[in-house]
Design a protein around this ligand. Structure first.
Ligand code: MSP
Length: 653
């Protein structure tokens, strides 16, 4: 029989170097279900990635005077680093700027077009640039974008449309006949009553006012709407329709697609209609989880109130953060994050329950049996109940995990931990140790403790693989039969006579009052730094920008720096932040587009000699060719171009 497959996806993230714990929530949840399915025998494909097209990205890159791809490469590396730190076990990281993806999206566009589900028309509507979303007048909230509350812009342009309206009845029927396809169930009512029943309008799926996107194959002055491009990543990643249909056949339809609640609309109405139009099966389930909120509302970079996962990982470890996210919040509902909630949870469940169990059990094996785990000896009155609770847990965990009830699954495992701690109180090994006649019972207690710890270490694997491994090291078992999921179904596989190796405390107890103060101080410091970064610095302020990684003289030698004379300068017709400069570099003349419009008026620049990077690969910035880059120095928000009182054409080295 061929191995069962399991395909799980996260949304693809907007590239922002500051992903907060809200973002990590979706990924941590996807990671746990992927790991769970792997240990229970599935061939898993876990997809995540980045959503890299659209005006927002183009604007962000331009603000830094960079070509979008170069700008994105840096940020995507940072996101990948974060996932590495968090031990996210994805099988594939898709970027919507991947060549294969771009070809697949064009292939999908053509399929829809050939089917008659895409047509050309004129779009007049309201667009929210930060959300890359179109809205109708009635969908606005107080005249603003209903998702982010920011103003929307009226736009009118020739555009391609997807016949979304055609799928209205099929969607209604789908939710009626197959309510399991979207969870939690309350989200179905929201989709049906707020969006589908009031009437679906055809969807504008191309833009022509900017060019950072995948060109419409028939009409390259249009780019494909970023949500169509992004949402199809889930099948494009599997090679559909231009590459590798074998992978697509193997893993599609997805078993579960995890998304935050605000993007359920895209992942049901639009996504399902596209799949219907393509005549391919729908995913088995979309799960719209809730938000992690702060006391003041949603976390956002612009509000400056984000909780940085790296800070928490540095202080408490990656497993503690993963455990907290999945245990504290009910997947599907919103929850509030505070430092206090976090620290209390870590102390109670990790330091006290799990950490203590492991440390006191191993200490007793050391103290009473010289570190060697004895065979089970003489049964105590409490053994049977412990064994029953420990061996039954996996069934409940299976059930809860298959419903994506992470918090419930962890609670089932903690029942075993708490039962085992209670077993220590009941059997009182320290009292047994005082009575030679009770040596057999003490053996039994010690064996039962270590075997229960083994079962727990196996069950926590999908959530906290680090901790599982640390426990395996301490109880001296190898990854294999003794750590396999099925080995939790029976008690007694732990090999007697093993010498344990007690290690560091798994989760040191936190002094909550002190730690709260430290976290407060840290966030005050961060706020201060952020304010400093955005305020004009004193002329004498030393640069607080850290130095970059060291390079060799050969690396430096690759740069061709030249002095250039600015002969003419004008604003970019399509971008407020950009200036177009005509340069003379000795006998050569060239054009450079630079993101310095906020700092200089064009007339101030004409006649100045500046330094340029002359061998930078030319790019088009908002349709204008840029052949090089002007050097500028910045401190805080202040930016000054590097002037050179030197003849143009001179080589700087
Ligand atoms: N790029 C789109 C998704 C396209 S999928 C075809 C996007 N990206 S995002 O970076 O803004 O969000 C990625 C995920 O993070 C979403 O599922 C979103 O709901 C989740 N979260 C962002 N902030 C969150 C919280 N504060 N809490 C929980 N999840 C949140 O949307």
């Amino acid at each position: 029989m061929s191995q069962k497959t399991f395909y799980v996806t996260t949304p693809i993230y907007y590239p922002s170097s500051k992903l907060h714990i809200g973002h990590t929530y979706t990924t941590v949840a996807a990671d746990a279900i992927a790991r769970y399915k792997r240990v229970t025998g599935y061939d898993v494909w876990f997809l995540t990635g980045t959503d890299e097209h659209g005006q927002k990205i183009q604007n962000a890159a331009e603000a830094q005077g960079m070509a979008p791809k170069a700008f994105l490469d840096n940020v995507v590396d940072e996101i990948k680093d974060l996932w590495k730190t968090m031990e996210i076990s994805y099988d594939q990281f898709i970027r919507t700027t991947d060549e294969e993806h771009e070809k697949n999206i064009q292939g999908i566009f053509m399929k829809l077009y050939e089917k008659g589900d895409i047509y050309k028309g004129e779009y007049e509507g309201l667009y929210c640039t930060p959300c890359e979303s179109f809205w109708t007048e009635t969908q606005l909230k107080d005249g603003k974008c209903p998702d982010c509350g920011r103003p929307v812009q009226k736009t009118k342009e020739e555009a391609y449309f997807f016949r979304l309206s055609k799928y209205q009845d099929r969607l209604l029927k789908l939710f009626e006949e197959n309510p399991d396809i979207l969870e939690p169930k309350s989200r179905i009512n929201e989709m049906v009553n707020n969006f589908i029943k009031p009437g679906l309008e055809d969807l504008c799926i191309s833009r022509s006012t900017f060019d950072w996107g995948i060109p419409v194959p028939l009409d390259p002055k249009h780019v494909i709407y970023v949500w169509l491009d992004a949402i199809c990543n889930y099948i494009s990643a599997l090679g559909f329709p231009e590459y590798n249909l074998e992978k697509f056949d193997r893993y599609w339809p997805a078993d579960v697609q995890l998304v935050g609640k605000e993007i359920v609309r895209f992942h049901t109405i639009i996504w399902f209609s596209i799949l219907m139009a393509l005549d391919i099966p729908l995913p088995k389930k979309i799960f719209g989880h809730g938000w992690i909120l702060l006391e003041g509302g949603k976390m956002s970079k612009s509000k400056g109130n984000i909780v940085d996962p790296v800070t928490l990982i540095d202080r408490y470890g990656v497993d503690a953060l993963k455990y907290f996210l999945l245990r504290e919040y009910t997947f599907g509902q919103d929850g509030i994050f505070t430092n206090e909630v976090l620290l209390n949870r870590l102390n109670a469940d990790l330091a006290n329950d799990l950490g203590n169990l492991v440390s006191r059990s191993l200490s007793m094996v050391e103290k009473y049996r010289g570190g060697v785990v004895p065979s089970a000896g003489t049964k105590t009155a409490f053994d049977d109940d412990l064994v029953a609770v420990a061996t039954k847990a996996h069934e409940a965990v299976d059930q809860k995990m298959n419903r994506l009830d992470y918090s419930g699954a962890l609670d089932e495992i903690w029942k075993v931990i708490r039962r085992t701690n209670k077993y220590i109180d009941e059997t009182m090994p320290w009292a047994l140790a005082k009575d030679a006649a009770k040596a057999g019972e003490l053996d039994s207690v010690l064996y039962h403790l270590i075997e229960s710890i083994r079962l727990v270490s196996v069950l926590i694997q999908p959530f906290m693989i680090h901790t599982s491994r640390a426990i395996w090291e301490q109880i001296q078992i190898q990854e294999g039969a003794l750590t396999a999921w099925d080995s939790c179904k029976a008690f007694g596989a732990y090999p007697t006579g093993t010498t344990i190796k007690k290690g560091e405390a798994l989760f040191p107890r936190i002094d909550i009052a002190k730690e709260l103060e430290a976290l407060e101080a840290l966030s005050a410091q961060k706020k201060e730094n952020a304010e400093k970064e955005t305020s004009e610095p004193e002329a004498s302020t030393a640069a607080y920008e850290p130095y970059k990684e060291e390079i060799t003289i050969d690396d430096f030698g690759k740069l061709d720096l030249r002095v250039a004379k600015i002969e003419a300068c004008k604003p970019h017709p399509n971008a407020d932040k950009l200036l177009i400069l005509s340069l003379k570099v000795g006998n050569d003349h060239r054009q450079v587009v630079s993101g310095i419009a906020k700092h200089y008026k064009p007339e101030e620049l004409v006649g100045q000699n500046v330094v340029i990077v002359a061998n930078l690969k030319p790019v088009k910035l908002r349709g204008e060719l840029s052949e090089g880059m002007i050097l500028a120095a910045s401190i805080g928000k202040k930016l000054t171009i590097v002037n050179a009182d030197i003849e143009d054409g001179s080589v700087v080295s």
